[in-house]
Structure formats: C-alpha cells, structure tokens
Design a protein around this ligand. Structure first.
Ligand SMILES: [Mg+2]
Length: 223
C-alpha cells in the first residue's frame, strides 16, 4: 500500500450534515421529495446534463440567495470529524503512505473542518467556490473527479507516481464512490450511505457501522 485516498462526506465526517445539502437549506431551499435540489440531482444522474452544468445551475441559485464565504465557514463548523482520524493518518504516514482526499464536497469547507489535521494530507481534490469582492459566491469550479471521475483520479495517481492500482486503497461510503473499483485499486466501504456496498466486485472490504477511524487499521495492516 503506497497511497490511501479517502472520500470526505460520511467517510471522514461522522453523523454530520452533507455540506451541499446544508448550503441549499441555508439558502432557504427545501431538500425533500419534489424539491429543486432533488430534481437537479436526479437530472444529473439521468444524464440530462453534466457535472459542470449541475454546479453552474446550483451556483446561480446560491448567488440569487446571496450565499457568502462567511456562511460557508459557519456551515463547515457543523461537520463532526470521526474519532480516531489523527491516530489513523499518523499510522499511515509512519508507513510512508501518501494520503489524499477525493471528494464531491467543497475544498474550503473540508479544510475548515479538518483544522490542524489538514497537514497530514498530500492533496485535497474537490470543488472550489469562488467569491466576489463582497464575499458572495460567484462561481463553482467543478471537480473533474467525482462519480466516474473518482476512478480517473486513481488512474492519474498511478501514472503520476508510477504505482500500480493495487498499491492504492480507497475508502468511501456513497453512490459517487461506486465507480472507484473500475480503476483496479482496493476499495473499503465505511459507514455506507447510498453505496452499493453488498456488491463485492465494487467493494472489497466493508465496515458497516463504525464511530472510530481506527477500525480501518486491521484492513490497512493487510494491504
Ligand atoms: Mg461520502
């Protein structure tokens, strides 16, 4: 094992609100059945538009509601980082393993939530929010590496660091992580949300319920 790539929402966070959903709610939008929030998600999943367009459409609505940089940082405070994160990443660093976060969330929110622990990660790949001079969101620079793109990120790491897919371990929990196995890396499903976790081709290891990241250690020790 040379590189470990972690998803963020629901993997590094525990019993925490999803940041996107929290932004929608804070802008006064409903996120339940029949909402625009749900419609955009379903339209993207149905292939009506691509990820960038999904982010652009979302950004337009957030801007109309004056979603600000301050509000983003305030919402990020509601993230609860899973117990045992620091011990686990320190163990991996001690083995000389490179650590990445690969997320469909927003980089600044992730950094705010991680605090001091950010220093253990070699890269954080996610969406970026751009704010205008008044601190209101202006643009969302969409990541190319969500959903199917998560597998592409693993392949890119193989090329960049001249390692094999089996030298890489991915830890995730949701349906946007279901494609990572296509890269050939090891996959661990932790605290599954909408991930297809019973499919053993997609998910090689499963920890169905855990409140402590150290539960990953016995698996890491085998890889
Ligand atoms: Mg997740």
């Amino acid at each position: 094992m040379k590189i470990v790539v972690f998803d963020f929402d629901g993997t590094i966070t525990y019993k925490s609100p999803n940041l996107w959903k929290a932004i929608w709610t804070s802008c006064g939008f409903d996120v339940g059945a029949g909402s625009i929030y749900e419609k955009y998600y379903k339209d993207y999943k149905a292939g009506k538009y691509d990820y960038k367009e999904w982010c652009d459409k979302t950004c337009t609505l957030f801007r109309e509601r004056n979603f600000s940089h301050d509000k983003l940082l305030q919402l990020a405070k509601n993230f609860n980082i899973i117990d045992g994160l620091e011990e686990t990443v320190k163990y991996l660093k001690g083995r000389g393993v490179k650590l990445h976060i690969l997320s469909g969330s927003i980089i600044e929110g992730i950094k705010a939530a991680l605090g001091e622990s950010e220093k253990y990660f070699d890269n954080i790949c996610a969406n970026t929010m751009i704010f205008d001079k008044d601190g209101i969101v202006e643009e969302i620079l969409s990541t190319k590496f969500d959903y199917v793109g998560k597998a592409e990120y693993i392949k890119m790491l193989c090329d960049k660091f001249d390692v094999l897919p089996e030298d890489i371990v991915f830890v995730g929990n949701d349906d946007n992580d279901d494609f990572v196995f296509q890269s050939g890396c090891h996959t661990i499903c932790l605290n599954p949300n909408k991930a297809d976790y019973q499919d053993k081709e997609k998910w090689h290891f499963l920890i169905e319920k855990s409140s402590n990241f150290k539960d990953l250690l016995p698996i890491f020790e085998r890889l």
